[in-house]
Design a protein around this ligand. Structure first.
Ligand SMILES: Cc1cc2nc3c(=O)[nH]c(=O)nc-3n(C[C@H](O)[C@H](O)[C@H](O)COP(=O)(O)O)c2cc1C
Length: 302
């Protein structure tokens, strides 16, 4: 039975990854999950310098999901390389995707340049849902022209394949996917979180200090499946699908819709072994359905 998938020439032993920002850089989860058994570890967003993140409270539970406004808190690329990349060297079977964030194109470039010489980094995932300071705080990922331009810049500098991570907070995700492809992206990943809000009726105030937060978890899954399906039928670059995946059925659904690999996010918070449970479920499904190669289920529902 073959569970390996390939994206931009990089072979993953299986299509199961975890989603950026929900798994640290793996260390915190390594007592629950054998990191060597995952397709890839996807790191928390890494910036050129440390980011403190937003004021608290910055997490809230909602029906079948959560809101977060962490604000991309991270220790910066230097600490990341010395501490987190070093740690990940113990798990040679697992690929490493580094999620990159920045306030400006220059900041993204600084991180991508710094990572160019790091051979433990197999792929870059560029989070274009970060606030673009120069464009007045709107995110890079909502304007197709910006997406094409930043993708081209990333490709100019990157030594590893580049996956552009798309925001679902747009009218037509297909246009953004096309822009990433036109800019030379090696793949796209989606969805990032959907902007939401929660108000405390007793305090009559916002629950999050940031007022709004990114919604994730099982409630967003059908939206994510729809968007992955639309992109898979629009572009020819591979897709890493995510959004509310918490069971093997959710993962298979995403692959049937067109994802070559999938990421598990919020589910890790309430089930730390969600990734390996999903991998076991996928293998059982393949056995039961007599599917010899996992690649045979990618995008077959048209
Ligand atoms: C607490 C938290 C932190 C996140 N941090 C990042 C991040 O640093 N970079 C990024 O691209 N996405 C980040 N995300 C988005 C997830 O990677 C994922 O795209 C999204 O949550 C949808 O998947 P899920 O419903 O399985 O969580 C974060 C999500 C959560 C819940």
């Amino acid at each position: 039975m073959n569970t390996a998938v390939k994206i931009a020439g990089v072979e993953f032993q299986n299509p199961i990854m975890e989603a950026s920002g929900t798994f640290g850089s793996g260390q915190e989860y390594s007592e629950f999950v054998d990191l060597n058994s995952l397709g890839a570890v996807v790191t928390k967003g890494v910036a050129n310098v440390p980011w403190p993140g937003n004021p608290t409270p910055r997490i809230a539970e909602v029906s079948s999901g959560m809101l977060n406004a962490i604000g991309l808190q991270n220790p910066g690329v230097e600490v990341f390389c010395k501490r987190d990349l070093e740690f990940l060297k113990q798990f040679p079977n697992t690929k490493v995707l580094v999620n990159v964030c920045g306030h400006s194109t220059e900041e993204y470039i600084e991180v991508v340049d710094r990572l160019a010489g790091e051979n433990r980094v197999d792929m870059l995932e560029i989070n274009i849902s970060c606030p673009n300071v120069k464009a007045g705080g709107i995110t890079f990922g909502t304007d197709p022209k910006n997406v094409e331009a930043i993708t081209k810049e990333m490709k100019k500098h990157a030594k590893q394949p580049v996956i552009m991570k798309l925001s679902p907070n747009v009218t037509d995700i297909k246009e953004v996917a096309k822009a990433a492809e036109a800019g030379g992206a090696d793949g796209i990943s989606l969805i990032n979180t959907l902007t939401g809000m929660k108000i405390d009726v007793e305090r009559q105030d916002f629950v999050l200090a940031n007022k709004t937060g990114g919604m994730s978890g099982p409630a967003v899954h059908p939206i994510a499946v729809r968007m992955v399906y639309e992109c898979a039928n629009t572009v020819s670059i591979p897709i890493i699908g995510m959004g509310g995946i918490s069971t093997w059925e959710d993962a298979v659904e995403m692959m049937l819709a067109g994802a070559t690999a999938i990421s598990v996010g919020t589910a890790n918070f309430y089930n730390p072994t969600a990734t390996t449970d999903i991998l076991a479920g996928l293998k059982e499904y393949m056995k039961r359905k007599q599917i010899n190669d996992v690649n045979d289920i990618i995008g077959i529902v048209k």
